[in-house]
Write a protein that binds this ligand. Structure first.
Ligand code: S3P
Length: 176
């Protein structure tokens, strides 16, 4: 078993929904870094971006992550950009094994096309998504303990695949 379990992945990869299922399957409490940031700022994520900019959001995100080191019994869902910062990439595996919920850019686009994600409010949201995905893919790969391709999976199947894949790992790869 693991102390905590961290979920990373692009916007629309299902981190929050799969995190909820993993929380009920494991009995671990679900923590979402976007929620921690919004609580700290007392603003919604789009409002933080609008009023204070992305850099400020990133600072709050790193502070939220630092606060999770040393905790136990958590499923930690993260924002899609959490892997951009080298400090975050170092902090994440200290919290627990990191599961990367991946999906093809086409599937991700389908899932986020009607959402209000601040970074996708551009003239060409699909092009922006592709660019961001390409820029981040190697960072997820670098940070993750395991990768689950959820393109053709339901949230429940994805949650089950995360647990099964982690079970198959050697114990030394699970230490967080
Ligand atoms: C972001 C993803 C969002 C949120 C913020 C920035 C990103 O979270 O943290 O809008 O940089 O990809 P989700 O991945 O839950 O949409």
């Amino acid at each position: 078993m693991f102390r905590n379990l961290v979920l990373v992945g692009f916007m629309g990869s299902g981190k929050s929904s799969v995190g909820r299922l993993l929380s009920s399957l494991t009995g671990f409490a679900l923590v979402d870094t976007d929620n921690l940031v919004a609580q700290e700022a007392r603003l919604s994520i789009p409002e933080i971006f609008r009023r204070h900019g992305e850099q400020h959001f990133r600072e709050l995100e790193t502070a939220a992550l630092r606060g999770l080191v040393g905790r136990i019994g958590l499923i930690v869902a993260t924002g899609g950009g959490i892997v951009i910062s080298p400090e975050n990439r170092a902090l994440l595996p200290r919290i627990g094994p990191v599961a990367w919920l991946d999906a093809s850019p086409d599937h991700l686009h389908q899932r986020v096309r009607n959402s209000k994600r601040p970074l996708l409010q551009t003239d060409d949201p699909r092009g922006t998504l592709l660019e961001l995905y390409k820029a981040r893919e190697h960072l997820y790969r670098e940070t993750a303990t395991v990768r689950i391709d959820s393109s053709h999976l339901t949230h429940r199947q994805t949650a089950q695949a995360v647990l099964k894949t982690l079970e198959e790992l050697r114990p030394e790869n699970l230490s967080g």
